[in-house]
Design a protein around this ligand. Structure first.
Ligand SMILES: [Zn+2]
Ligand SMILES: [Zn+2]
Length: 366
């Protein structure tokens, strides 16, 4: 196995090759946010004020869905401090950008900046990592779900991407609230409640049919778009004992116009090396990483990453480098550990024992 290095190890080596200005905030990113805000307000106003054919509403809902997702990507960037530096301005703009996804800036910074970035793909400490067989064996409902055939699980997990971000965000609120100082907790609660109050208020104002097109369908679309990135960012990579972004992250590639719409969110390995750098500069960082560590770097087209995600099971086995479909006992590699998206193969292990131990709420090593 290749020796693992921390993100700081890579960042210090790449930083020497970059111009100094790339670490400065880039407030001009806000123009993109303003455009999305105006599009969203125009879309919402059209649905609220005019009675149109449902097909036209649906078209507006798709535009709103992409705008909500893109504002979330900008909110992510803003809350890393790469757009403006003043904390209150950063938090205010982050709250506006995350309003459609109803995620508060304080919660997001704790969950994402402090835990996901610091403990990426750590079995227990990364709030976004997928469970290992050991964790799965402890949860009865998951033990039952994993008895379903892989394609059935893949279908439902892809369908659930339309609600995953919202559900995970609400779960993070419950998990993290007690970790805030008691003096800060009211603000964290207010930041969750305020967006929901406006969306529920909108329902009361315009009724369920218009609300479906103004909020529900756009939210499902936005969830799917952000989760298409988030689920391919790390889930094909291994769990790692050292937070090595070249081992635990995947950069997906999308057409240039999609990168423009989504604020370069596809450059995820680059983001984990330099979370405090504007994503505007990630194409430059990518060039350097690819020339310095070509054998370690993982990138793949988004479509291929989604197909690979569909075709591989989502639970880690052994030391976190393999993926396992526990009941048939099929073991797949992860990126850097034998997973080839062009030719997905699995090894059949004699894992009658695995199924047995899963039943008992325990696991064994294959
Ligand atoms: Zn990440
Ligand atoms: Zn981030």
């Amino acid at each position: 196995m290749k020796e693992l290095h921390s993100f700081g190890w890579y960042a210090s080596r790449v930083a020497k090759k970059l111009p100094k200005h790339v670490l400065k905030p880039v407030p001009s990113r806000l123009w993109g946010g303003l455009v999305y805000l105006l599009i969203s307000l125009a879309g919402l106003t059209s649905i609220i004020m005019f009675d149109m054919s449902p097909w036209f509403y649906l078209l507006i809902a798709f535009v709103l869905g992409n705008s909500f997702a893109s504002m979330g990507f900008l909110g992510h960037e803003i809350l890393h401090g790469t757009v403006v530096k003043k904390p209150w301005v950063r938090n205010f703009l982050g709250a506006v950008a995350f309003w459609p996804l109803s995620t508060g800036p304080r919660l997001w910074r704790k969950w994402h900046n402090m835990d996901h970035h610091v403990h990426t793909q750590h079995e227990e400490l990364d709030p976004d990592s997928w469970p290992s067989l050991r964790q799965l064996s402890k949860i009865k409902i998951l033990r039952w779900i994993y008895k379903l055939p892989l394609p059935v699980r893949a279908f439902f997990s892809f369908l659930s991407l339309t609600i995953t971000f919202t559900m995970h965000s609400l779960r993070m609120f419950v998990v993290y609230l007690k970790e805030f100082k008691s003096t800060n907790r009211p603000m964290v609660v207010v930041q969750l409640i305020l967006p929901w109050v406006t969306w529920i208020g909108l329902l009361v104002w315009i009724g369920p049919l218009k609300w479906l097109f103004a909020f529900v369908i756009p939210l499902l679309i936005a969830n799917f778009i952000v989760m298409a990135y988030i689920s391919t960012n790390h889930r094909l990579n291994p769990l790692v004992p050292v937070n090595d972004p070249l081992a635990n992250s995947l950069t997906v590639t999308v057409p240039k116009w999609v990168d423009a719409l989504h604020f370069n969110f596809s450059y995820h390995t680059e983001h984990h090396l330099f979370p405090a750098m504007s994503s505007k500069y990630y194409p430059m960082v990518k060039e350097h990483i690819k020339s310095m560590w070509p054998e370690r770097y993982h990138e793949m087209p988004m479509t291929k990453a989604l197909v690979t995600l569909w075709r591989t099971p989502r639970v880690y086995h052994d030391d976190g480098t393999a993926l396992i479909d526990p009941y048939p006992g099929n073991v797949y590699g992860s990126l850097g550990h034998g997973l080839d998206p062009a030719k997905i193969k699995f090894q059949k292990l004699n894992l009658k024992g695995t199924a047995f131990f899963l039943k008992k709420g325990k696991t064994e090593k294959a």
